[in-house]
Ligand binder design. Sequence first.
Ligand SMILES: Cc1cc2nc3c(=O)[nH]c(=O)nc-3n(C[C@H](O)[C@H](O)[C@H](O)COP(=O)(O)OP(=O)(O)OC[C@H]3O[C@@H](n4cnc5c(N)ncnc54)[C@H](O)[C@@H]3O)c2cc1C
Length: 321
Amino acid sequence: MAKILVYVEQRDGKTKKASFELVGASAAAGNETHAVLIGDAVTALAAECAHYGATKVHVVQDAQLKYYSNEAYSKALSQAIKTISPDAVLAAHTPIGKDLLPTVAALHDGALATDCTALSFSGGKLTLKRPMYSGKVIADVEFTGTSLAMATVRANSIGLPKPDTSKTADPSQISVDLSGLKTKILEVVKGNSARPDVTEAAIVISGGRSLKSAENFKIIEDAADVIGAAVGASRAAVDAGYRPHRDQVGQTGKVVSPALYIACGISGAIQHLAGMRTSKVIVAINTDPQAPIFQVADYGIVGDLFQVVPALTAEFKKLKE
Ligand SMILES: Cc1cc2nc3c(=O)[nH]c(=O)nc-3n(C[C@H](O)[C@H](O)[C@H](O)COP(=O)(O)OP(=O)(O)OC[C@H]3O[C@@H](n4cnc5c(N)ncnc54)[C@H](O)[C@@H]3O)c2cc1C
């Protein structure tokens, strides 16, 4: 049994489910699973950590931790590591997780594996799977030596355990000295999208250059609304101004691993595949039967997306009724 510390990410008092995948995986392996919450007034989230299997919940609270900043949060997580002395530290591979863990790893001289897609504990030893070379090979990663083992894991890679709401937490407070911070976040201006983020959604439906305009993405949005999906895009669609960069899937965009990925009019360039090939089920719609996307697709529809997507949306609606 190992002592595992999971950084449970929250924003505006809402936890990230991807963190609980890690809490659940660690707890299921019989580890002493510690969860740490960082923010301003986050104690109320402790119970949720217990529901997903945390043995012990820690809270680092300070008004200066209201918004994420690398400087303040790395101090907070670092203090938690010093207090708890875990064998390994895990975080979700979110924009915050992939910013925070490398800094903390550097502060602790830790060994870090990022963007992993599976993890296991054998005899208390953490091993991970990590895609390399744009997902062309999957490396098995284990930690040697005595450095603190640290890893970030892609959302939706493990699956969320069923929460046990009868479990309760008695969170312990960890105090951190945040005097002398060089940066202060005054305000966070949010994008106006009410849709789920592509990295977190269970279903992602993406469109490519073939959509031809921002307006035409309406057919992708209509389908997304019916099935509760996030809307993604290829880089070509983003570069053309059809979608904001936050929707870009791929090597220079976001890496997603949903239960279902629907690629509409996307050729399947290696840089796009790098961002979505670990999706559980891939559906591709393309007029070109030779398009490389079909090589990774579980289901392929050779056809014009302007006809196929609305037809699918109509069928999804019927199924929902
Ligand atoms: C360093 C680097 C980083 C990159 N990072 C990324 C990244 O993060 N993400 C990313 O996506 N790309 C990335 N790219 C770009 C990548 O190489 C491709 O150029 C891009 O993915 C192509 O986008 P696309 O598939 O939408 O467009 P295209 O390659 O133009 O493909 C359009 C596809 O739509 C099909 N089509 C056309 N009309 C229809 C229709 N009516 N119905 C159905 N299908 C139709 C065509 O047959 C074709 O397969 C990167 C490139 C480089 C060099």
